[in-house]
Design a binder for this molecule. Structure first.
Ligand SMILES: C[S@@+](CC[C@H](N)C(=O)[O-])C[C@H]1O[C@@H](n2cnc3c(N)ncnc32)[C@H](O)[C@@H]1O
Length: 453
């Protein structure tokens, strides 16, 4: 590719664009180059694939496409293996599948189980459900494919998730492959674990990762202390130097970081090279022809000693100290507020207590009055009981007297009846007697005499 571009530059001078926009050819070489260009163009640009896409929805930012094109184009005609964290509607997986027509695997990983129900026409697309920050998710990904040419992180965009997923994905990135992290503007949002001065943001992590491009200039072979220790401890990760020695390039554009992986021996500065013969100002430099950086500049112990605390750790501690100080002053303000509230509260309590005391006193007077009334009622009740008892006795006595008089009246009546019957009997006996009958005319005479008088 490189040699083709170099030839291309030279050829550019030998072909001209005609008035109708097509090239005019001054020699056969430029025609051949134009044909190569057209053949390349035939596969199409990533942006064109995105614009022409009409299947499942894909969600990206406009400026990503030219940046992606620069690192993806070289894979376009290969049996590429692609892993994308973050599937959502599955549109980007369909676009990768079209852009890489010979792709071996296009794997999407998403935490949302709904993504598992997506169906794709292309049989090289598969979806793995799982959290990209968790190791067990990679066991499921490995079961399909365990090494990738291109890995894109378009998942949660939370700084912790991005950084936690990084060792898993970088380990699975092939030498020569590229890792792309999208939507890194999240690194400036507090809610996403970010902030401009946050030392533990994803952007801060990639900034620190860029030091590994220059590993040979600060690292002694065999030295295991690493400036990544802060991130390892902060997020519970392992970022061994052997792995990070593969960081060849860390490229950033707006919201995107692209990391290219190469073998550590391909990441060296290489020997110093000079061409030309005239060194009129500084001839001493010619002695450095073909020497390595280490041979050229003798590094001292001090150069190679890592500071006890990385800038991230210091910033992190300062950040938390600032936060703690903020909390402390908030706490003091709150305490003062609470004290004021307690004073107000006490005043209200005191006022309420006085009012309650007064009510209590009034109620006590009322109760005493009621007690007194109750006592009066009770003695009235006792007296009423006594009266009732006396009346009951009198009633019982009257009852007895009545009963007795009834009995004596009955006896008298019986006696009178007996007297009446005796008298009746005697009268009847008199009337039936002979003397009575003999004397009847005399009594009649006496009666008539008496009437005539
Ligand atoms: C921005 S969308 C992906 C868009 C898709 N790549 C595209 O271009 O159309 C982000 C997706 O990441 C998923 N996600 C969030 N956290 C995740 C995690 N920890 N691991 C895997 N996927 C995650 C969400 O469920 C969501 O579907």
């Amino acid at each position: 590719m490189l040699s083709r571009i170099m030839v291309d530059k030279r050829a550019a001078q030998s072909h001209r664009v005609g008035s109708n926009g097509s090239p005019s050819y001054e020699n056969g070489l430029s025609l051949r180059l134009w044909c190569v260009e057209q053949k390349d163009r035939f596969l199409g640009r990533l942006r064109e694939f995105f614009d022409a896409h009409d299947g499942k929805v894909s969600d990206k930012w406009r400026s990503y496409w030219p940046a992606y094109e620069t690192v993806m184009r070289r894979f376009q005609k290969r049996a590429v293996r692609v892993l994308e964290i973050g599937v959502q509607n599955g549109g980007s997986l369909e676009i990768w599948s079209k852009y890489f027509p010979k792709a071996h695997h296009i794997i999407g990983c998403d935490i949302d189980t709904a993504c598992g129900t997506l169906e794709f026409d292309a049989d090289n697309i598969s979806v793995v459900i799982g959290d990209a920050a968790e190791p067990e998710t990679y066991e499921r990904i490995d079961a399909i494919c365990d090494s990738f040419d291109i890995i894109i992180d378009d998942g949660s965009h939370h700084c912790e998730h991005i950084i936690s997923a990084f060792p898993h994905v970088f380990e699975r990135l092939k030498v020569g492959g590229v890792y792309i992290c999208e939507d890194l503007h999240s690194s400036y949002f507090d809610a996403m674990g970010g902030g401009l001065e946050r030392p533990d943001s994803a952007w801060a992590f990639f900034r620190r990762l860029s030091d590994y491009v220059n590993l040979e200039h600060w690292h002694q072979p065999g030295q295991h202390e690493t400036p990544m220790r802060f991130f390892e401890e902060r997020y519970g990760l392992s970022l061994p130097i052997e792995m990070l020695a593969h960081v060849h390039e860390v490229r950033v554009v707006n919201s995107v970081c692209i990391v290219e992986k190469r073998a550590p021996e391909d990441n060296l500065l290489g020997p110093r090279e000079m061409r030309g013969q005239v060194a009129a100002v500084n001839g001493a430099i010619l002695e450095n022809q073909d020497v390595t950086a280490r041979e050229c500049v003798q590094m001292t112990e001090a150069d190679l000693r890592l500071p006890g605390k990385s800038i991230e750790r210091v910033a992190h501690e300062t950040h938390w100290e600032d936060i703690a100080a903020d909390h402390q002053s908030n706490l003091l303000a709150l305490r003062a507020e609470i004290e004021q509230m307690e004073i107000q509260h006490q005043k209200i309590l005191d006022a309420n207590a006085a009012a309650h005391q007064e009510t209590l006193r009034e109620n006590a007077v009322k109760i005493a009055q009621l007690d007194e009334d109750l006592e009066g009622c009770q003695s009235a009740l006792v007296r009423a009981d006594q009266v009732r008892e006396a009346l009951e006795c009198a009633l019982a006595e009257a009852q007895t007297t009545l009963e007795r008089s009834q009995i004596s009246q009955a006896a008298k009546l019986e006696h009178l009846e007996t007297v009446r019957r005796d008298t009746q009997a005697r009268l009847e006996a008199v009337q039936a007697s002979l003397s009575w009958r003999v004397t009847t005319p005399l009594r009649r005479l006496a009666n008539s005499l008496g009437r005539s008088r």
